[in-house]
Design a protein around this ligand. Structure first.
Ligand code: SF4
Length: 83
């Protein structure tokens, strides 16, 4: 059986640097104020219930800073991000 090659320190660093950001929206908390749509219009939209949701083609990696800013400023703390 072939032994699995251990990843070097630099390979691990690159992998952790490339980790994708995860966004969770708590729709029970969401007030539907639309601030997230104003701050990050490429990422967030309001759904038919008037609650925040992620756009299908959201470019998360390109908009990391505006997503973080949005999560920090959501009046209901309804947006959680994991990096
Ligand atoms: S900013 Fe927060 S409360 Fe307002 S719509 Fe977006 S997720 Fe909902």
């Amino acid at each position: 059986m072939k032994k699995k090659k251990e990843k070097s320190f630099y390979e691990k660093l690159v992998i952790s640097f490339n980790k994708k950001m995860k966004i969770k929206i708590n729709k029970d908390k969401c007030l539907g104020c639309g601030m997230c749509v104003s701050l990050a219009p490429e990422i967030f939209q309001l759904d038919e219930q008037g609650k925040s949701s992620l756009k299908a083609n959201a470019q998360i990696e390109k908009n990391r800073d505006s997503i973080k800013q949005t999560a920090e400023n959501c009046p209901a703390s309804a947006i959680e991000i994991e990096e």
